[in-house]
Design a protein around this ligand. Structure first.
Ligand code: TXA
Ligand code: MG
Length: 358
């Protein structure tokens, strides 16, 4: 398949180009597009065949449901069928605070949404993105857009046009080049169907942000998740994700202990002839001179920067043929919880606590 590349900037969206891409979606094609979180691979959410093609293009497991993207509240009808008034009240209250934005809310599903979107669940995840190109694309297509992240399944999510091109060129109708994504980690997935609202996947809208509006919110314990849960509440959580090809390990603890431990590990791996990558911070990157590839997530404690850069760093390790990655744990404040969640999963759950030696 020949993939068309259409360049649309977020600052001055080209309305002709958006209309064209909207018509591709409406008529059953696949369009990859930028959002504030990561790039998405979109199809008309009402078109079962088109949605199935997303799974083929990404090589995505058939039991992992897609998020439906809307551009305004009118589009809720035909997508959501609230189980009760409380569900609707929660969605409207959170929508007023955080939509458009990086929050996906799970509610009862309308019968018009095909099984290919929900993968057999009675619920649907809905998001109104804030990226101007994403919003305009949905508006111009005139239909809600079902879209997972626009990576090949198992690879780190795409935060730049080049990432999408790498994974999907030749497999989709259009890739929109809309520049880099500002948030950099996928949206918060929030279950509004269960008794207490529950964060299933952490993102830029935090549990505290939800509590501020609804008064209560639980969070799925993602650290206890790896390999243990047969039927997780969010099907996507069970897959090893975001993973670079290199075996990745995360080191946590005081800065001194972590740096000393990673330096030791670099020595051991180099002796074995392995090509080493280190994921560090601006303050620590110069301490790993023995490693051939050292990348920084940004200033220590700057969780927004870490979120924006994480997936690009993971892809860079792959591009540089790194075989083992040693990563420093970062702050879990705010969006940092989402960063650590993705890093934890890239590492297949390998986090090592480092103790200071004296
Ligand atoms: O930021 C984002 O959310 C990006 C952009 C494109 O919007 N999309 C994205 O989609 O990350 P995806 O498919 O890569 O991740 C969707 C996650 C998966 O973990 C999936 O299992 C979960 O949301 N999910 C979707 N519908 C669900 C449902 N009805 N119940 C539980 N989990 C659901
Ligand atoms: Mg994904």
């Amino acid at each position: 398949m020949k993939t068309e590349i259409v360049r649309i900037s977020g600052e001055e969206p080209d309305i002709q180009a958006l209309r064209y891409c909207g018509s591709v979606i409406r008529e059953g094609g696949l369009v990859a597009f930028p959002t504030e979180t990561v790039y998405g691979l979109g199809a008309n959410a009402f078109n079962d065949g088109a949605v199935r093609n997303i799974f083929t293009a990404k090589n995505r497991p058939a039991d992992n449901p897609l998020i439906v993207h809307i551009s305004d509240y009118d589009m809720l009808s035909g997508v959501a069928d609230f189980n009760n008034e409380e569900e609707r009240r929660r969605l409207m209250a959170l929508g007023a605070a955080y939509w458009p934005g990086p929050l996906t809310m799970i509610v009862g599903k309308d019968g018009r949404i095909p099984l290919s979107v929900s993968c057999g669940l009675e619920t649907v995840g809905i998001r109104m993105p804030v990226h101007p190109v994403a919003l305009a694309l949905i508006r111009e297509s005139g239909v809600p857009i079902a879209a997972p992240s626009a990576n090949a399944s198992g690879r780190p999510s795409p935060t730049k046009f080049s990432h999408v091109y790498e994974d999907l060129n030749g497999k989709v109708d259009v890739i929109i080049d809309g520049g880099d994504c500002s948030v950099g980690v996928e949206s918060t997935v929030l279950d509004l169907v269960s008794k207490e609202p529950t964060v299933l996947r952490p993102g830029a809208v935090t549990r505290e942000d939800v509590m501020a509006v609804l008064g209560a919110c639980e969070a799925y314990d993602w650290k206890g998740l790896e390999g243990k849960v047969e039927k997780p509440r969010s099907p996507g959580m069970k897959y090893r994700h975001y993973a670079p090809a290199a075996e990745t390990t995360v080191y946590a603890g005081t800065q001194g202990a972590v740096v000393a431990r990673i330096q030791q590990e670099i020595g051991k791996a180099t002796e074995k002839g392995l090509r080493v990558g280190v994921l560090a911070t601006d303050e620590t990157k110069k301490l790993y001179k023995e490693a051939p590839v050292v990348l920084s997530l940004g200033k220590m404690g700057d969780s927004f920067a870490h979120a924006e850069r994480l997936f690009d760093c993971l892809r860079t390790f792959d591009a540089q043929d790194v075989q083992v990655v040693f990563a420093e744990a970062v702050s879990q404040d705010g969006v940092g919880d989402a960063v650590m969640n993705r890093l934890f999963r890239a590492a297949g759950g390998r986090i090592i606590e480092c103790i200071e030696e004296d």
